[in-house]
Design a protein around this ligand. Structure first.
Ligand SMILES: Cc1cc2nc3c(=O)[nH]c(=O)nc-3n(C[C@H](O)[C@H](O)[C@H](O)COP(=O)(O)OP(=O)(O)OC[C@H]3O[C@@H](n4cnc5c(N)ncnc54)[C@H](O)[C@@H]3O)c2cc1C
Length: 415
């Protein structure tokens, strides 16, 4: 299957690009401006998600230029990624369903994302800008993700899981733990209350083109909270706004009228440019194999046996459940083709049965491929930055307190 997406210029899938982003990280500016859409956030997430960088790589590089306390905001945010992985390891597939009831029962939410949201023609500038940016770059600022998720769940009454699967597929950094658990946090099924925002909040943190005065977001928080808890609320207001935009009725949303975009189609297979072939035992018989999967696209380990075959794999079982937009496939394929001279695409069973002929098979462990990977390869644990915390932590604060207990300087994490 071929992909029509142009390769992402914002996030080239190379180690050089990842390292250049790392060299540009400014911890002081991060603290001051990170909540603004044009603030000094790192944009490292696609490289972290796909293993071109690890959390220890990031912290070591930053600390080589600036000493930081362990309680520095950047270290704390890196902690969120590790915390979500901790929750995933603890709850497994349980993170794909509501952890506890939110403001409304699950059945009160629709299971389909409305076309006007998908096509960026809701008439609410902050939402339409977010969707356009997502499709154009494969990346969104954290605040834009929160706004988009909150609008979809609380104002459009779409189930968080529907929104999470959709966003996951379009993001270059889509990660089942960080994404699905963040949606649960916004929805109020993984936190104590729903996350809500209004036009004033957007005005504070986003550039002018995102401001949304005069829309249904131009509302006090008490009203938004009532709406979030009322299954029937706002549909009339939403319908009127969408009609005004698509039908050209007189409206202060007129600037966006008729300006929808086409959603990139999700694909459950890599592009033809990856040149992935079906698994065959003859290609690996008697050989030492190092498996490279979409979450382990970093530099190769320097202790591979001589003559080891570096084999890229795309496991159909996963992508049938979680398809990706072409941009993400291009990112992954570009890097995988550069690092692995042979690539296989097939079912978990077909790959495992061909690999059974190899002398040895090793890979970096990855929960997106669990439990299948551990069944056919000797897995090495992914690089860890924060000390493991035993037992369940139901809040980030609880986990953070335990994992950083007794530490003062961030460099103590990298020893
Ligand atoms: C609805 C929603 C969906 C999200 N989906 C994803 C996802 O699929 N994948 C993903 O990596 N992040 C996700 N996030 C978290 C966060 O938005 C992104 O990690 C961050 O915006 C990436 O940009 P950055 O690299 O510039 O982050 P920075 O602010 O520069 O932070 C540096 C790194 O720290 C980690 N990080 C920072 N904030 C968070 C956070 N809140 N949660 C988890 N990790 C964090 C990321 O690895 C990030 O690359 C989601 C957040 C929300 C609200």
């Amino acid at each position: 299957m071929s992909s029509n997406a142009t390769p992402s210029s914002v996030f080239p899938p190379t180690l050089e690009a990842a390292r250049a982003r790392l060299a540009a990280v400014r911890p002081d500016a991060y603290v001051q401006t990170r909540n603004k859409l044009d603030g000094a956030v790192t944009r490292l997430s696609p490289y972290l998600t796909h293993g071109l960088l690890t959390l220890p790589d990031v912290l070591r590089a930053v600390l080589s230029r600036n000493a930081l306390p362990v309680q520095h905001k950047l270290v704390y945010e890196l902690g969120w990624r590790a915390y979500f992985r901790h929750v995933w390891a603890d709850r497994g597939e349980g993170i794909l369903t509501s952890i506890h009831p939110g403001p409304l029962p699950d059945e009160a939410y629709a299971r389909e994302l409305p076309a006007d949201v998908r096509e960026a023609r809701t008439g609410v500038p902050v939402i339409d800008q977010a969707v356009r940016t997502l499709y154009a770059t494969g990346w969104l600022h954290n605040h834009a993700r929160m706004w988009l998720a909150s609008y979809i769940v609380h104002l459009r009454k779409v189930h968080w899981r529907t929104g999470a699967d959709w966003l996951y597929g379009h993001l270059l950094d889509g990660d089942i733990a960080s994404n699905h658990l963040s949606w649960q946090w916004v929805a109020g099924t993984g936190s104590h209350k729903p996350y809500l925002f209004n036009a004033e909040n957007v005005q504070r943190f986003a550039p002018a083109g995102w401001h949304s005065p005069g829309t249904l977001l131009d509302t006090p928080y008490e009203v938004l909270d009532r709406i979030a808890r009322d299954p029937a609320a706002v549909m009339a207001a939403v319908t009127a706004a969408v009609t005004a935009v698509s039908g050209g009725a007189a409206s202060n949303l007129g600037a966006l009228a008729g300006s929808g975009v086409t959603e990139p189609a999700f694909l459950s297979e890599p592009p033809a440019s990856l040149r992935a072939v079906k698994p065959t035992a003859t290609a690996v018989r008697g050989r030492d194999v190092w498996l490279v999967h979409p979450w382990s696209l970093g530099a190769l380990p320097n202790d591979l046996p001589s003559g080891a075959l570096v084999l890229g794999i795309v496991v159909d079982d996963f992508h049938r459940a979680f398809p990706w937009a072409p941009r993400r496939w291009d990112f992954v394929s570009g890097r995988m083709a550069a690092v692995a001279p042979l690539r296989w695409q097939g079912s978990a069973q077909a790959i495992a049965s061909a690999l059974a002929q190899a002398r040895s098979v090793a890979a970096i462990d990855e929960p997106h491929l669990s439990p299948w990977l551990a069944g056919c390869a000797d897995t090495r644990p992914p690089a860890r930055l924060f000390p493991p915390v035993a037992g369940r932590c139901d809040s980030f604060t609880q986990w953070w307190t335990r994992t950083t207990e007794g530490l003062r300087h961030a460099h103590e994490l990298t020893r």
